[in-house]
Every structure is written in C-alpha cells, then in structure tokens.
Design a protein around this ligand. Structure first.
Ligand code: BGC
Length: 903
C-alpha cells in the first residue's frame, strides 16, 4: 500500500480529539483563503446550506488535491476537539469549491467555525487550515421583534430632511457578544455610543423595494459597554424616495428604520433593543439628501452627543410607527459599498474669484471629504464634474438635471470641521468649492472612492502605454459603476442598472475583479423586475415598475434584445467564470421564461424587439444620434440575440440535466438560425444590411452554416477596410470585434482596430485625455471640445468590454465552458502576427502579460518578442487545475499545475 492510500484509510473514523490533531509527515501544501459564499468569514448570510471553498497552495509541479476533510463546530474550541456540527471524513477527489454545508441544520443566527485539510497529489495530508467562520442573519419575519419606525414629516418629497432616531438603554454587565441587524426603507447609518457602525455606505442597497429589502448584520460587541449605551440611526432618501425612483414613478415616501440589537452579557443575560415607539426622534443637520442632487448639511443644527449616553434629548419626540411594508426582509446578498481608496488633489486652481477647483487626476465615483474653518453660518457649496470648460471652470452640462451639489453650513467656533456627506454619491474628477474666502489646503481635501466590495483579481499589462491606459480606464469604469448594481454611469440623472451595458461588460468585469457576489445579488434584481410574461427589464431594479399597478406586457419597460438578455447572459457567465451552479439553478426558470417570451413574439423565427438596436452605432443613415436611424436592422439584431440566448439557456439546461429542455431548445435554436439565414443572409454569405455589427453578430453567435462563415468573414474584413480599419459599431457590435476577428483568423486586424489612434476607437479617447471609458469615443476632443451634452457621459463602461479580449486573447487566459471556473484553463496567447516580421509596425504590442486570480489560484500568461522577433511564452497554471496550451503555430498540448517557459 503506498503512503497516500494509507493516509486516506487511516483517516476514516475521525471524531476523536486524537484524530483531529495534525498527522505526521505533513504535506508541504496548504489550504488558504477559506470562503463561504465567496466571502471570507461572512456574517449575516441568508443561506442555510452555504457553500464552502478554499484554495490549495502548493509550489510543486502537478500539484493537486486528492481528498479533503472538512470539520465544523459551534465554537473554536469544539472545532479543535470535537466538531459538533459536521465532519465530512476524508472525501476523495479534487473538489475545493462550493462544498455544500451538510452538517447539523442551521438556523437564524447560527455561527459556524470550520476548517479543512486536504491530501496532496502524493496522498500526504496537509495540516489543518486556519479556522474560518460564517454566521447566518435573520432568515424570516418571525426572527424580528423590531418594528418599522420613522419620523412624521410634512415633506415627503425627495428633498426631505433626514430623521435621527435614538434609543438609550443600559447593560447590567459586560457585553460578551452583540449583533445588530438593520434595514431601512431608504438608506440608513447606524451609530452606537457616538461611533458609526460598520464601514459601509448607501446601505441597505438598492432592491425592488415593493418586493424586498436587505438586512445587514454587524458585530457591535466592541462598541458596547456595561452601563448606559445609546443606539442611533439616521435615515436618508437614497434610491427609495429619491429622485432616481420618484422621477420615474416608482419609489416610496415614508422613510423607515428597522433595527434589532441582540446582546449577550457576561452574566448570561440577553438584551434585545429593537426599534419601536419608545425611540426618540428629531431632525438634525441633514436638511436633504439625494443621490442625483447631493446633500445639504447644516452643521449649526448638529446635536452634539445625540448618539451617546448623557444626551438630554430635549425636544425629541416619540418615533412614528410605520406600517410594516409586507415585503421580504432578506439577509443581505449585496456586498457592502465601502470607501476603497482616497485620492489627493493636485494644486488648487481659481478660474474665477472665489471658485476653487481641485483636480483629483482620475474620474471616479464617490464623495469628497473636506476639512475647513470658517465663521458659523458660512455656506459652502461643493459641486462636481468630470471635465473642465476651456476657461478652467467646472463642466456640468452633461449632468443634465442632476444638481450634484453638496452644501455645508459651517458650525464655526474657531476649530476645523470636517464634512463627508452620507447619503449621496457623485461621479467626478474635479470638485469646485465656493463660499469661502480662502481655498482649503490641498491636504484638507480628498476624493473618497466608493464601490461595492470586489477585490481585484485581474492585471493586464503590455508594452504599449496607451493600451495600459485603456486598461486602467476600463478598470476605473467598472469601479465607478459597480455601486450595488451595475449602472450605466455614475454622474448624470440616470445611474440606472441598465441591462445592456451590464451584459456586454460582465466578462471583462469578472477578469478585473471578483464580481461573484455582486452579480448573485443583481441577478435576483433582474428576476424581481421580470414581467409576469417573462421579459427582463431594461434596467434592474426596474424604476418604472409599480407594486400597485398591473403593467401590460406591451407597456413594460423591457424585453429589448441585447438588454433584457442580461437575465440570461449574467447567470450563465457567473457559472462560467466562478462555477456558480447554484445561481444557474435558481435563475434557470426565469431564464427559460425569457426564451418563451421571445418565442411567443417571434413570427416564423424572426423577432423584432430591439428598441435600442446597436445603441450609439456609427452606422446610421442620418446624422441624428437617434437609435432608430441605425443601419443594422433591428429585427436582425433581435433575431441574432434570440438565437444567442436560446443557445445559452440550452447549454444551461445541459449543465442542469434538463434533457427535455435541451431537446426543445435545440429545435428552437435550429428554427431561429434558419429564419435568420432565410431573412438576412444571401447564398453568397452577404448580410442584407452590410454593417460590421450585422456580420459580427452572425459570426459570434454561430448563426451561419459552415460554408458561409469564411465568406461572411471576408465581407466583414471588407467592411473594416471601408472604414480604414476603424470600427463603426455600437454597444452590441463593439464587444464582438476582438473575439470574432481572432476566432476567425484575423487577430492582425483586431490589433489594428484596437491600436487606431484616430476616431473612432479606444486609443482615440485615451489620446483625448480619458481616464475612464466614455459614452462616445468623441465625448470630448482636443480639437472640437465637448459633444452633445444630452448624452455625454465620461464614465460609461460599455466600450470597455474590449477588456475581455485583452485578457483572453492578447494575454491568452481563457476558460473552458465544459469545465468552468478555470478548473481547466486554456492558455491561448495571440501576439500580433506581424511581430515576427523583420520590421514590425512601430506601435505594435511586443509583450503582454495577464494575471488572473481564479478561485483555484493565480493563472499567469506572458509572452515577449525578442529583438530578433522570436517569441518567448511563459505561463503558470495553479494547483488543482490543468491547462491546454495553444501557442501560435504549434500543436496544442495539456499540462498539469506548474510554471512553464516555451521558447
Ligand atoms: C444609457 C445607456 C443605456 C441606454 C439604453 C442610456 O441612456 O446611458 O447606457 O444602455 O440608455 O439604450
């Protein structure tokens, strides 16, 4: 018997303390990065059978896990001695992702400590991992004793003041453990004894409020003490009653807080402090707050100490009891929005007397923190913009009706005061301060970057500095728009979860950052906003939906091809990138409904429901920017997307073992493809409307018979030639350019289009000074200034979807759809073919490197041309995975984990 088999069999019965101690002859491998539902040590989750994952660290070649053993217990001590919840015993195999917790049943508040050890390729066992933990939130209505409370106000518009709510209470002995569960209709900030609870902003996030809100769980043990304590809450309008929803007919009126503090004390007593009418309320310094329009804060109205013991709440009234909204209150799926980074400004400019302008050097989304000193009552105005006018003043025309203005009235008294708004956010690079005699020193001003928690997982760099700037712009585009939902832009009076933008960018997003949890939540928003008949909305949450009104399918804002497709594309890509099969299972019924909806409306396989067409395409028959002037026919786009989504759902059905659906959808797909060819393709492989987008769709979505592909490809190449190898595509066509040209053998052309420095194209905007992706390539030009302000966002990530091609094709890190989550990696780098010429084009890319932190570990792929034009490839395949290597001009081969160089 070899040692591996021995180790495995001796580990069979494993519940004694002895067996839990470390085995001898330990493996040098390690298990790290233990996660539950994609998060390290989460608290407040809503899953009773959460999924547990870890990563194997092992430097040896061909490293892989051959077995695992996972134990779980109610306390750290029991975890070491006698796991009382679960012991899997050694389970053979390499599974390290999404092991479903199957120990003793869990319920609301259950706290679980767990650890894992594995056997390596030789069968040698590792030591136990460091312990990890997870904890459940309040799962159901019955767990809540807290009611909904607020403050009565005459003004229930979106400029309503923020209620402050407080409750004083005593703890008879030291707190041992304390959890605060909180949610709101509106936004909340909770306070305990003078301190902000948690580091998050804009909580509890944005959901379809007439269906659900999310509750957040906080460990507040360190903030409490024996004796008097105060729990406080502040409410803001946010997405609930603010202009963003109100202006579009959705949205509530009465702000409300629901909070429940549960404390276990040293004397064994349990104390619950829950929102009810014994709470006291007052208005305070926040006179209004709104996501579009900004916050108005009057520091002279501050009630210092209101959230601490000893405050005499004179004039505070009894909290208003708010009728329960009868919606589900779910433990948060959202990852919190947090301050991720601070940017310091350059020198302050003063283009007009008293107008102080700060440049943070980077377009972003978030808030500005400013420290200033001025006499009591001084009114300071803070405005924000993405660009400057030629005279150096703030450019705000593109914000449309959004006021994007914070006002701060100084407390005075001779000491510096610091202001950071709470219940708004702005998209900006520049800030303007007026109302002060003297500009605050630049050390006293900072831009606070906000976005949802999503750690960086991807790094792309290459020899071309302009492409590197493009990559940075793409990354900042994502950071500026992933605030609880994926928005189109963070600055103007829009900031909606536009589905088309999200679906074209999701693959790029999943390279740049870990967006697994982010999309788990948004995919539910999509489904919550799906029409009864099955149409996904144009934006989720659907700000046009109303609880009290049955909207007919025809009036529903959604069901538009390429936009509504997000409901299918996003869960599917979450499955591909992260292996999230559970998400696919849960969203599958909704995905299928979208196919049914399309099928019902199609006539002989042709669907005509693509209102936005190839949004912002440059192929138009009149110069009007209106989408109905596009040259690519909308039925062509619609039918192509119908086929694509049918193929995706068919593939999902295969994964989930729904054989009947596989059959039905395969037939449907064949019918739609046939219709597409009948209606839009000539026997010579020409498309009836000869736009780049039309050819790209036909090729990308495999709509053509084999014998027409090369022909269509030749036409596509001709269409590029007609545009001097520039693109003429919009939101739908542009993301397909790199992938299609490379797949059909024209990587050279893909590079050419990418590297164009003239309009239109990616590097054109870079050369005009972009630090994020722009809505239009020429949103601003050095030569002609600003484009039409009505559609002129400087932070619109849609065209950043080229990022997928940079990682997957230029660097060559691709996944295998049959073995997702990069469990089987395809390393397929594609240097520009002309690199081996004796005189390659001047600006071409001569080396590139992609790094991707997959759930298994770091994949690296790098190539470099030597001065003689020879190519050197190096790559790293993480433990527990395998890779197929496809290098240009060579036969593919398979490798196990390890680091490799090929010359
Ligand atoms: C948004 C886009 C969106 C589009 C729909 C615009 O106003 O900013 O990004 O996808 O509407 O066509």
């Amino acid at each position: 018997m070899n040692s591996s088999a021995k180790n495995l069999s001796s580990a069979k019965s494993l519940s004694s303390a002895k067996n839990l101690s470390s085995a001898k002859n330990l493996s040098s491998a390690k298990t790290v990065d233990l996660r539950c539902e994609f998060v390290v040590n989460p608290i407040g989750i809503g899953e009773t059978r959460p999924r547990l994952s870890w990563r194997m660290e092992d430097e040896r070649d061909a490293a892989r896990q051959t077995a695992y053993r996972l134990v779980a217990a109610t306390t750290p001590k029991k975890l070491d001695t006698h796991p009382d919840l679960w012991d899997t015993g050694f389970v053979k195999g390499g599974q390290c992702l999404d092991v479903i917790y199957s120990g003793k049943p869990l319920k609301s508040r259950s706290r679980v400590f767990w650890k894992v050890r594995i056997a390596d390729a030789d069968g040698a066992e590792t030591d136990w991992s460091e312990p990890a933990s997870f904890e459940l939130g309040l799962l159901g209505e019955k767990d809540w004793t807290a009611g909904w409370i607020g403050r009565k106000t005459e003004n229930d518009g979106y400029f309503q003041p923020s209620p402050f709510l407080r409750k004083a209470f005593r703890l008879a002995s030291e707190p041992v453990s304390a959890r605060l569960y909180a949610t709101a209709l509106g936004l909340f900030e909770m306070r305990v004894n003078g301190a902000k609870v948690g580091g998050d902003f804009l909580t509890p996030g944005w959901t379809l409020y007439f269906k659900r809100v999310q509750s957040f769980t906080y460990d507040v043990t360190p903030l409490l003490r024996k004796g008097p304590n105060v729990l406080g809450g502040i409410l803001g309008t946010g997405w609930y009653t603010g202009a963003i929803t109100r202006d579009r007919s959705q949205g509530g009126k009465q702000l409300a807080l629901r909070a429940q503090l549960e404390v276990l004390c040293a004397d064994g007593s349990r104390v619950v402090v829950a929102t009810d009418t014994s709470w006291k309320t007052s208005f305070g310094p926040i006179l209004s707050s709104d996501i579009y329009h900004g916050e108005h804060y009057d520091a002279t109205r501050e009630r210092i100490g209101w959230d601490s013991p000893g405050f005499r709440a004179a004039g505070w009234t009894k909290a208003l009891e708010v009728a329960p909204p009868h919606i589900s209150v779910d433990p948060a799926r959202s990852l919190p929005i947090r301050a991720q980074q601070e940017l310091a400004p350059g020198a302050c400019a003063e283009p007009r007397p008293g107008e102080f302008i700060y440049d943070f050097g980077q377009n972003m989304a978030g808030l500005m923190r400013v420290t200033l000193q001025a006499p009591r009552g001084t009114r300071v105005r803070l405005r924000f913009g993405e660009m400057l006018n030629p005279d150096g003043t703030l450019y705000t025309e593109n914000l449309r009706s959004a006021k994007v203005t914070d006002t701060y009235v100084c407390r005075g008294g001779g000491s510096p005061e610091t202001y950071l708004p709470r219940f708004t956010f702005h998209g900006f690079r520049y800030a303007e301060i007026t109302g002060l005699d003297k500009a605050p020193a630049k050390e006293d001003v900072a831009a606070v970057v906000l976005h949802s928690e999503m750690e960086q997982t991807g790094w792309f760099t290459c020899s071309n500095p302009l492409v590197n700037q493009l990559q940075s712009n793409i990354s900042w585009g994502q950071r500026g728009n992933y605030l609880d939902v994926p928005t189109d832009c963070p600055q103007r009076d829009e900031r909606l979860g536009w589905t088309g933008d999200a679906q074209v960018f999701i693959r790029t997003a999943a390279f740049n950052r870990n967006v697994a949890g982010f999309f788990t939540k948004w995919c539910l928003d999509l489904e919550d906003s799906q029409s009864p008949g099955g149409a996904f909305p144009s934006f989720a949450p659907n700000v046009c939906a109303r609880a009290d009104e049955q909207v007919s399918e025809e009036d529903f804002v959604g069901g538009e091809s390429a936009w509504a497709d997000a409901g299918v594309v996003c869960p599917w890509n979450e499955y591909l990138c992260y292996g999230d099969r559970r998400l696919l299972e849960r969203r599958y019924a909704g995905m299928l409904k979208w196919i049914d909806w399309q099928e019902e409306r199609s006539v002989d396989g042709i669907l005509d429901h693509a209102r936005y067409g190839d949004w912002l395409a440059l192929d138009v028959w009149s110069l009007s920017p209106r989408y109905d002037r596009q040259l690519t026919p909308r039925p062509l786009i619609s039918t192509a997307c119908f086929a694509r989504t049918t193929a995706i759902v068919r593939n999902a059905a295969k994964v989930l073992g729904r054989e009947d659906d596989v059959r039905r959808l395969s037939h449907l797909l064949a019918r739609v493809k046939a219709a597409f060819n009948r209606e839009f393709v000539t026997p010579a492989g020409r498309l009836v409307s000869e736009t780049q987008t039309a050819y790209l769709l036909a090729l990308a979505y495999d709509l053509l018979p084999d014998d027409l592909r090369d022909k269509a490809m030749a036409h596509l190449v001709r269409k590029f030639a007609e545009h001097k190898d520039h693109l003429s595509t919009g939101f739908v066509g542009t993301p397909l350019i790199g992938p299609v040209l490379s797949r059909f053998g024209r990587t050279d052309l893909a590079y050419k289009v990418l590297l164009q420095k003239t309009y239109p194209g990616w590097l054109f905007s870079v050369l005009q000074g972009a630090t994020t992706m722009w809505e239009r390539w020429n949103s601003y030009t050095i030569e002609a200034g600003f484009g039409d302000a009505s559609m002129n966002s400087f932070n619109h990530y849609g065209y950043g979807a080229i990022g997928e091609w940079l990682y997957a094709t230029v660097a060559g890190i691709e996944l295998d759809e049959d073995d997702p989550a990069f469990h089987h990696v395809v390393i397929k780098p594609c240097p520009p073919p002309e690199i081996s010429l004796s005189a390659p084009p001047e600006d071409t890319v001569t080396w590139a490197e992609g790094r991707l932190m997959t759930r298994y570990g770091l994949v690296i792929s790098r190539w470099e041309a030597t001065p003689e034009g020879r190519l050197v490839f190096s790559f790293t395949v993480p433990p527990n995975t395998t890779a197929t290597i496809r290098l240009p001009g060579r036969k593919p081969y398979d490798v196990p984990a390890g680091s490799y160089t090929v010359r």
